[in-house]
Structure formats: structure tokens, C-alpha cells
Design a protein around this ligand. Structure first.
Ligand code: KG4
Ligand code: ZN
Length: 341
């Protein structure tokens, strides 16, 4: 009789519901076999944070309490699925804001218990990395080098296989996204600062290396961005800038952050002989970062679509598929300090 096992293996799909609430987003997504997005729902309280110039953790958590169930329900609806069709529930359990993480984790535990589905906890940074596997006809190969750059993290990580990560270095003070957010605020630009700085600097051609690139010659793979914040604050103290000045300073800030990130990234790629560079996290949505990385790195550079760079549930579902380790719901709790597995 003909062996149909390969055929069955192709037909049986694994659909994972991914839940992400580590910062200000409330996100849920259904992903099939770790790569195909069936739905991707995100509720953001960004408007509230734009008003306050940054995230107030309690404001974020209060909004997430209201949005969590509607977002999950919409995500199932968009995927045209019922809870019966879901094979597992995955959730970010850290790092992040504790009050925000708790909402996602406790919701995921409740769903896992009542739907009788396996529960998979996922590290937020690992989640960001897996955005590069989503909707990608040429998925990354190993070993690859990851630059994870978000509002809370700037990390260089070597990935030798699924789940096999070696941390190489990271920021000693502010994260790259935080540097964008804080310097944008000094220039009077809206939160989140990254997209505002990118937009303001559009069209600026001439750059003068106005701001520092700290640790450029250190032998480690660390970054530092607090000096940039101080330099911009000193420059701006007591002054009102014209639109042209703001555009020029925004472009200088963006270039300083991009250069600092790529300097160490290229050194790490050379040392570990990686032929693929995977960018991820909110700052990977920065077009100058992606463009300069492609210019300077001789291998292939992956960068997720902007909507998959920022926090979303799809990356969590994908990470859970490729690192499928269900845990009993009694054993999972939110851990804001959880760094890297
Ligand atoms: O990954 P993410 O959504 O949340 C965290 O895990 O932190 O990243 C948010 C960060 C913010 O600091 C925001 O300013 C930055 O990503 N960001 C950008 C861009 N889009 C978002 N930074 C630079 N350029 C962008 N286009
Ligand atoms: Zn993130």
C-alpha cells in the first residue's frame, strides 16, 4: 500500500493562538505552522501615551484589561476559527511591564484551562526574533546573528538552531528605541520617537556626525545611548529650533543610533562568521537602519514588515511553534525581569 504519511504530515496544521501584552499593546494572533498568519489583531493605547509623552505603566495596564478579551475574540473571528480549532495557547511571560504581562499571562492560563489546550510561555525577545519566520518564503538559516532593538532592549544574539541562543552583548544604559523616544521628546516630536524622528529626517542629505558613537572601539559587543540623550538635551537647552534645524538634528540622531548599532553588529558577524543578519523589534522598522545594514553587511539581511517589528501576537505564536515546550498552567507566572532563556 502507498505510504501516505508525508501527505498527512502536510495536511495536519498546527494553529497556535499567540498573546502579547508586555508593554502598551494588547495583541492576539493565530498562526499556522509557525509561518502563516491567519489573523493579527493589535489594540494600542499609543494615543494616550502620545498625550503624556511616554508610557505610564498603569495607564497601559488599565487599557489592556479592557481590550484583552475583545482582541482575542476578534483574532479568532478574523481567522474564522473557534477555540476548538486552536491547538495551543502561547503567551509572552517576560520581560516587560509587570502589570501588563500579568493580564496576558493570566488570560492565557484561563483559556488553556477552560479550553483544555497546551500552554506555551514565550520570552518576548525570542518572540521578536521569530517575526523573521512569518510569511517568509525564504526563512532564515543557521547560524544567524540577531540584532533585537526595541523600546526596552538592544541585544546582539547568536542563534545556532531553534531555541539555541547565545547572548553576545547589549546596551549598558538606554535601549535604542528609548534613545529615539527620549531625544524626540527633547526636539518636541511626538511619542513614539522612532517613527517621528524617521519622518522628520526624511529628505536630509548632508550629515555632519554631530553626535557621539560611544564604545565604537571597545572589544565587546555592547552599546551605550545615554550620552546621545545628554548631548541632545545640552544642545537644546533653552533654545527653540526651526523646522529645518529639527529635521537636521533628527537625521543626526538617527544616523548616530544606526552607526552605533551596526558597528558592533558587523564586528560580531565577522567574529562568528554569520552569513545572515536578522533585525527585529520596533527599531527594525527604521528604514535607515535596514538600508545601511544592507549596504554594509555582505550577507543576507532580514527585517520583518514594520507591523511585525513592533509588538504583536504572531511572533509569539511562531516562536511557540518552533520551540514547542508546553508547561502546566500552575507553573507559569509573569516575570518582568525574565531576560533571555
Ligand atoms: O518592539 P516594540 O514595539 O516594543 C518594545 O518591546 O519595546 O518597540 C517600540 C520601540 C519604540 O521605542 C519606538 O520608538 C521604536 O520601537 N520604533 C522605531 C520605529 N518604529 C518604532 N524606532 C525607529 N524607527 C522606527 N521607524
Ligand atoms: Zn517588543
Amino acid at each position: 500500500m502507498k505510504d501516505l504519511s508525508n501527505l498527512y504530515a502536510k495536511i495536519v496544521l498546527m494553529r497556535i493562538l499567540g498573546i502579547e501584552t508586555s508593554c502598551d499593546e494588547t495583541a492576539a494572533s493565530v498562526v499556522s505552522d509557525g509561518v502563516k498568519i491567519l489573523s493579527n489583531t493589535v489594540a494600542s493605547s499609543q494615543e494616550l501615551h502620545t498625550k503624556t509623552g511616554g508610557i505610564i505603566p498603569e495607564t497601559a495596564a488599565r487599557e489592556q484589561v479592557l481590550s484583552m478579551i475583545p482582541v482575542i475574540s476578534q483574532s479568532l473571528q478574523e481567522a474564522d476559527l473557534t477555540p476548538d480549532d486552536i491547538d495551543a495557547v502561547a503567551v509572552t511571560n517576560g520581560p516587560g511591564l509587570f502589570g501588563s504581562l500579568v493580564i496576558g499571562v493570566e488570560t492565557a492560563k484561563t483559556l488553556s484551562y477552560s479550553w483544555k489546550k497546551p500552554l506555551v510561555p514565550i520570552n518576548h525577545l525570542v518572540g521578536h526574533i521569530y517575526a523573521n519566520w512569518l510569511e517568509n518564503t525564504e526563512p532564515p538559516i543557521f547560524p544567524n546573528l540577531n540584532l533585537i532593538v526595541s523600546g526596552g532592549h538592544s541585544e546582539l544574539v547568536l542563534m545556532e538552531s531553534h531555541g539555541n541562543f547565545t547572548w553576545l552583548g547589549g546596551t549598558r544604559d538606554d535601549a535604542a528605541g528609548e534613545a529615539f523616544d527620549k531625544t524626540a521628546r527633547v526636539l518636541g516630536l511626538n511619542y513614539p520617537g522612532g517613527p517621528s524622528i524617521q519622518k522628520a529626517s526624511f529628505g536630509v542629505k548632508k550629515l555632519n556626525t554631530l553626535f557621539p558613537r560611544p564604545l565604537a572601539n571597545s572589544s565587546d559587543f555592547d552599546f551605550s545611548f545615554s550620552g546621545l540623550k545628554t548631548a541632545v538635551a545640552t544642545l537644546a537647552a533653552g533654545k527653540t529650533f526651526s523646522k529645518t534645524q529639527i529635521a537636521n538634528y533628527a537625521a543626526e540622531i538617527q544616523e548616530a543610533i544606526v552607526d552605533s548599532l551596526l558597528n558592533k553588529t558587523l564586528k560580531a558577524a565577522q567574529k562568528y562568521q554569520t552569513k545572515q543578519l536578522l533585525l527585529s523589534g520596533g527599531v527594525a522598522a527604521n528604514t535607515r537602519l535596514v538600508e545601511k545594514a544592507r549596504e554594509k553587511f555582505s550577507g543576507k539581511v532580514y527585517a520583518p514588515l514594520p507591523k511585525l517589528c513592533v509588538d504583536n501576537g504572531a511572533m509569539i505564536a511562531s516562536a511557540a511553534y518552533f520551540n514547542y515546550k508546553p508547561v502546566s498552567w500552575e507553573k507559569i507566572s509573569a516575570d518582568s525581569g525574565l531576560f533571555f532563556d
